[in-house]
Design a protein around this ligand. Structure first.
Ligand code: ATP
Length: 590
């Protein structure tokens, strides 16, 4: 009995039943998938009436030429692809609800995200904390993580940072993360891609041991070497969206021989299968499809062309458990709760993981702090002491404008690609301290504090905008979205054109400018609240009365708190948008 399974038995007597439940067959019937065409020529059939059964305890390879529909099939079976799909997927003969299905079947994609700055052990520990039920004791979790390290041969690398792992070790770790819930069905998309032949062999050998423990393991595989191919028990061969062979790997050559395709001696069986599958228009292939459709499992649905059915409802998710027509895959009953622990605990685990990971990502953090210090000195020297002299009051206002520009862009852009928890307060604070003193602003603690507070709020808002752009649009679009959002806000900030100078119908727009509130707040901090007249190096000095500059900038003397409130409102609104866009993204992956 396997180590993983033994662990379940250790927990309680009832777990003996769990072991039996773990043996699960994945069955699918008449899967049809039609992709979109941009040339208005209807839909392109990618998978046509594909049926099959993946058995527990077996390692199955999905093989086929490029474009045959392998990844599409895997995505459909895992429930990730729903649009344009009909057919049914069952586990041990039952159509399951989405939540229940996800608990039993995990999908390991070709590209997976791991935290580079965590070790292998930490990665598995956090995964166990997140995914195992709240009732599992730390000791049970530890034991499970230890078993996974052994089963996947990762013990020697347990203290190694993920970024230093080899390609094969990374792939094994991504499998290990999913193993903490001991799923009975595992789907893998090209796990050996990018690995050399030795690492690929090693990986598939590990996967085979997982299958031997009673799991159903299905893997898309690309041009395997003969020695690697031999490790698979079963083969599911696709040719242009149709299945032409499904069964034991050892029976393939004989089966093809009966259809008139003979494998040369000492020839790689994978190459032979791929060559045959590539001849999709050859009459012999039709014979193979027919033979397959007449096979024991598929016979039940023969005679119906479900893809051509007029009444099919593409992408409709039906929860009626009807095995065939119009039943689209996994029924969407109940909520799709992914983790077995309450949300506050998920938050706590993720926060700890994120803090640990970002604390180790010194390079990026240091780079950002250094950039803030350098730019602060540059602006400080350029605008040196301009706040001390009333004759340079307008230059001082321009300096403030530059501060805000840098704080905004310096914080928004990096957040489109990262989540820098550590830099949230530090960078804007360092920047304010340097520039405030170098540019000769009033040495009054309350004014400094007000200036620091409004700049900090701008920094936090900028980070929220960056995160929202990255989450909602992806990196490429985010670099476009941030300036698009910023330019109108700058335009209506009151620095270039006063609100009373705008055309009537444009006059409400300055209220939508976050720069207007942060600029007004800064100006009030420096010049507002009854600041007394200050020295001027010129004889005739218009701005030595601070109130005059505020008037010119269309900024009230008091009311700093309203600007703070407006900035807090902007942050709250964008945080809410961030929350909803993350939820939307999460849904898209489900
Ligand atoms: N949503 C879609 N709309 C239109 N065509 C699609 C869609 N999804 C996939 N296709 C097309 O369907 C075919 C099968 O794609 P799939 O990725 O499943 O192939 P594959 O067998 O995994 O190929 P490869 O081995 O090259 O990864 C391809 O021609 C692809 O361009």
């Amino acid at each position: 009995m396997s180590t993983l399974v033994q662990l379940e038995l250790d927990e309680s007597g009832e777990d003996r039943r769990k072991l039996l439940d773990h043996q699960m067959a994945l069955e699918f019937t008449n899967i049809c998938f039609k992709g979109e065409r941009k040339d208005g020529d209807g839909r392109k059939t990618i998978l046509e009436n594909v049926s099959g059964r993946f058995a527990p305890g077996r390692l199955t390879a999905i093989l086929g030429p490029s474009g045959a529909g392998k990844s599409s099939l895997l995505n459909i079976l895992s429930g990730f692809k729903k649009h344009g799909v009909i057919g049914s997927v069952m586990v041990n003969g039952e159509t399951l609800g989405e939540e229940s299905f996800r608990n039993k079947c995990v999908y390991i994609a070709q590209d997976f995200d791991l935290c580079d700055h965590l070790t292998v052990l930490e990665t598995l520990d956090y995964a166990a904390e997140l995914k195992m039920t709240g009732s599992s004791s730390p000791m049970v979790r530890k034991k499970k993580v230890n078993d996974i390290l052994d089963v996947l041969g990762l013990r020697h690398a347990m203290a190694t940072l993920v970024k230093n792992l080899s390609g094969g070790e990374k792939k094994r770790l991504s499998i290990g993360i999913e193993l903490v819930t001991n799923p009975p069905i595992i789907l893998l998309d090209e796990p050996t891609s990018g690995l050399d032949s030795v690492s690929a062999m090693q990986l598939v050998t590990y996967i085979k041991t997982l299958a031997a423990e009673g799991r159903t393991i299905v893997s898309v595989i690309h041009q395997p070497a003969s020695s690697l191919f031999r490790l698979f028990d079963d083969l599911f061969l696709l040719s242009a969206g149709k299945c032409i062979y499904s069964g034991p790997l050892d029976g393939m050559v004989a089966s093809f021989g009966e259809a008139g395709f003979h494998c040369p001696k000492y020839y790689n069986r994978a190459d032979f299968a791929l060559e045959i599958a590539s001849m999709s228009s050859c009459p012999g292939i039709e014979l193979l499809t027919l033979r397959y459709n007449n096979s024991a499992f598929v016979r039940t649905s023969i005679g119906d062309d479900y893809c051509a059915a007029k009444d099919q409802k593409m992408g409709v998710v039906v929860a009626d458990g009807t095995p065939y027509r119009n039943t689209c895959l996994v029924a969407a009953t109940g909520s799709s709760r992914r983790y077995a622990i309450p949300q506050w605990k998920q938050f706590s685990v993720l926060l700890r993981r994120s803090l640990r990971s970002t604390a180790r990502d010194f390079f990026f953090a240091q780079l950002r702090v250094i950039a803030h210090i350098l730019v602060a000195f540059l602006l400080g020297v350029v605008f040196y002491n301009c706040g001390k002299d009333a004759s340079t009051a307008m230059t001082n206002a321009a300096a403030m404008f530059f501060f805000h520009m840098f704080i905004f862009f310096g914080n928004a852009m990096p957040c489109t690609i990262t989540f820098p928890l550590e830099a949230k307060l530090l960078c804007p604070s360092v920047f304010v301290i340097i520039t405030y003193f170098l540019t000769g602003q009033p040495m009054e603690p309350s004014r400094f504090f007000m200036f620091w507070a409004i700049t900090l709020l701008l920094g936090i808002f900028a980070q929220t905008v960056g995160l929202l752009s990255g989450a909602a649009f992806g990196i490429q679009m985010a670099t476009f979205f941030v300036p698009c959002l910023t330019i109108p806000s700058l335009l209506f900030s009151g620095f270039f054109i006063k609100s009373y100078e705008l055309l009537d119908f444009l006059q409400p727009l300055p209220y939508t400018s976050f720069f207007r509130y942060s600029m007004q707040g800064s100006l009030q901090a420096i010049y507002g609240y009854n600041r007394t007249d200050y020295p001027c190096s010129e004889v005739l000095c218009y701005y030595n009365r601070p109130g005059k500059l505020l008037k010119f900038m269309d900024t009230p003397e008091t009311g700093f708190e309203w600007n703070v409130l407006a900035m807090v409102g902007f942050i709250a609104l964008f945080q809410a948008l961030l929350y909803f866009s993350l939820r939307r993204r999460l849904k898209a992956f489900q």
